[in-house]
Design a protein around this ligand. Structure first.
Ligand code: VTB
Length: 313
C-alpha cells in the first residue's frame, strides 16, 4: 500500500508548531524546544509506521528524545528514515523574531545523509537556476549566472544569508555585484528552500549553516526542482573529527540528491513564526490557525494546508 505518510506527519508538525508557538517572545528557547520535541515524539507514536531517527536532537547521551537511532511510530507499516527538527530556529521563537518552523523529512532506509551537527557551506537556487549554480565559482559568477537564468538584472537579485560575523565578506561581495542581501538571524532550512518558492522574493541562499539543516532543506528543494550544493566547513577540530568519525567526505560537494536521495521522500513543515516557507501559528481565542507545506517526491505534489484547530475548553 502506498500511503502518503506526509499527510499524517502534518498533524505531527502542526502539534509541535503550536506547542512551540506558545513560547514565542517569552525569552526561553529551551522551553520552546522541549515543548516541540515532546509533542512531536508523542504524535509520531500515534502513527502506524516504523521510523528511525537519522537526524534529530543529537546523540542518545545528549538527547533523551528524538535522538539519532531512536525508533518512533507504532512499529508496523512502512519503514522510514527520519530527519526532524521539531523547532528550527529556537532563538527566533524565544525572541519573537522571524522565520521558525517545525519540520519532518522522511525517506527510504539509507536515503538521508546521517550528517553530524556541524557546519556546511551552502548554495541553493530554485528550479530555473538549478543548473547554473556552482559552489566553487565566485560570488559574482554565481549571481550573474542566476540573474541570466531568471531573466533578471543583477540589481534585482536577492540573496538570503544568515546574519553572522563569518558572512561579512560574503555579504560585501554580494553587494559589490549590485545584488541585494536579505539577512535572517536563524532558519536556513526555510532560507534555502525560499528560492524554489515562486514569488518568495529570494533568488539564492549562500553561506555557512548547519549540516542537518542542509539535509532537511534538500528534500524540499529536490521535490520542487531546485538545487542545493553543500560541503562540510568544520569550524574547529571537534567538528572535523565528528565528520571523519561518521565516515563522511570533507571535500565532497553534496547535491540535493546526495543529501536526501530517492523518490520515497516526503517533506512536511508547519510555520511557527512567519517566514518564507509558511506563515506562523495564530492564536484566535477558541481557534488556533496553522499553515503547513507537504511535499512528496514520488508524485511531485506540493500541498499548502491551512488548518483551523478548535481549542478544547
Ligand atoms: C543555522 C540556522 C539554524 O543554526 O543553520 C545555524 O539556520 C548555524 O549555526 O536555525 P550558528 O548559529 O552557529 O551559525 C541555527 O541557528 C540553529 O539550528
Amino acid at each position: 500500500m502506498d500511503r502518503n505518510l506526509a499527510l499524517e506527519f502534518v498533524r505531527v508538525t502542526e502539534a509541535a508548531a503550536i506547542a512551540a508557538a506558545k513560547w514565542v517572545g517569552r525569552g526561553d528557547k529551551h522551553a520552546a524546544d522541549q515543548a516541540a520535541v515532546d509533542e512531536m515524539r508523542a504524535r509520531f507514536n500515534q502513527i502506524e509506521f516504523a521510523g528511525t531517527v537519522v537526524i534529530g536532537e543529537g546523540s542518545k547521551d545528549e538527547a533523551p528524545e528524538l535522538y539519532t537511532g531512536e525508533k518512533v511510530g507504532g512499529g508496523n507499516g512502512p519503514e522510514m528514515d527520519l530527519a526532524v527538527d521539531p523547532l528550527e530556529a529556537t532563538d527566533s521563537v524565544a525572541h519573537g523574531r522571524y522565520n521558525a518552523i517545525s519540520v519532518i523529512v522522511a525517506g527510504a532506509k539509507g536515503s538521508l545523509l546521517g550528517a553530524p551537527d556541524v557546519y556546511m557551506d551552502k548554495i541553493a537556487a530554485g528550479p530555473k537556476a538549478a543548473k547554473v549554480i556552482d559552489i566553487d565559482a565566485s560570488v559574482e559568477a554565481n549571481i550573474k549566472k542566476v540573474a541570466k537564468a531568471l531573466g533578471k538584472d543583477v540589481k534585482d537579485i536577492t540573496v538570503i544569508v544568515l546574519e553572522r560575523d563569518r558572512h561579512e565578506k560574503l555579504m560585501q561581495e554580494i553587494r559589490d555585484t549590485g545584488a541585494r542581501v536579505r539577512t535572517i538571524t536563524d532558519g536556513d532550512v526555510a532560507g534555502a528552500i525560499a528560492p524554489s518558492i515562486t514569488d518568495s522574493g529570494i533568488d539564492l541562499l549562500m553561506g555557512i549553516g548547519a549540516s542537518t539543516e542542509a539535509v532537511l532543506a534538500a528534500a524540499a528543494i529536490k521535490i520542487m526542482g531546485g538545487e542545493i550544493f553543500a560541503r562540510f566547513a568544520p569550524k574547529d577540530d571537534k567538528q572535523k573529527t565528528a565528520i571523519e568519525k561518521a565516515g563522511l567526505d570533507l571535500k565532497k560537494i553534496y547535491s540535493a540528491e546526495d543529501l536526501a536521495g530517492g523518490d520515497q521522500l516526503t517533506f512536511t513543515a508547519t510555520g511557527v513564526i512567519d517566514g518564507p516557507l509558511a506563515r506562523g501559528v495564530k492564536f484566535e481565542g477558541n481557534r488556533i490557525v496553522t499553515h503547513s507545506v507537504v511535499m512528496r517526491a514520488s508524485s511531485g505534489t506540493v500541498r499548502y494546508i491551512s488548518t483551523d484547530h478548535k481549542v478544547k475548553q
